[in-house]
Design a protein around this ligand. Structure first.
Ligand code: S3P
Length: 165
């Protein structure tokens, strides 16, 4: 079984992904962490030193490398920007969009300093802008959309498991 979690930064993909993989007894893969391990750099360092485009290539490669592996995969928020990535997400597993309000995302990301796209920006405004550019892609790519507002990671996990059954 293969499950991809997609959605904006701060939507809980990694936390929910770990819980879900535990319950399904399959591997958990976090694409950002995979890229960081492979390069021995943080995502912020890659953005800073090599540029976003280079990060996107590494991210796509990390996604391709999960094909054929039974796992829950937490994808970086920008995974859906690439057409081939969208094709892989739609054709090689079940893709779930964790949909969150901007205000909840902003609350969670308030003190985060590991999201290069938000660095030195007004967080809520920037999230609004990014989300409006991506929302259609998240919705088109996902087989299932889960509203995560006001739900704990455990409740979201249970809800996903109900929907999968
Ligand atoms: C990004 C989201 C981040 C990370 C990078 C870019 C994005 O992952 O891949 O900072 O473009 O939305 P998370 O969604 O896990 O925060």
């Amino acid at each position: 079984m293969k499950i991809y979690l997609i959605g904006m930064m701060g939507s809980g993909k990694s936390t929910v992904g770990e819980l879900l993989s535990d319950r399904l007894k399959i591997k958990f893969i976090d694409l950002d962490s995979t890229v960081e391990t492979n390069t021995q750099k943080t995502v912020s360092e890659i953005f800073e030193q090599d540029g976003e485009l280079h990060f996107r290539k590494l991210e796509s490669k990390a996604l391709e490398n999960t094909i054929g592996i039974d796992a829950v995969v937490a994808c970086g928020g920008g995974i859906i920007l690439d057409e081939n990535n969208r094709y892989l997400l739609q054709s090689s597993g079940k893709t779930i969009f964790l949909n969150s309000s901007i205000s909840e995302l902003a609350k969670r990301l308030e003190s985060a300093n590991d999201r290069p796209l938000l660095a030195d920006k007004h967080i809520e405004k920037e999230l609004e802008k990014i989300s409006s550019e991506r929302i259609n892609l998240y919705e088109e790519t996902a087989h299932l959309t889960i509203n995560v507002n006001n739900r704990t990671p455990m409740e979201i996990t249970n809800h996903i498991l109900d929907q999968l059954n």
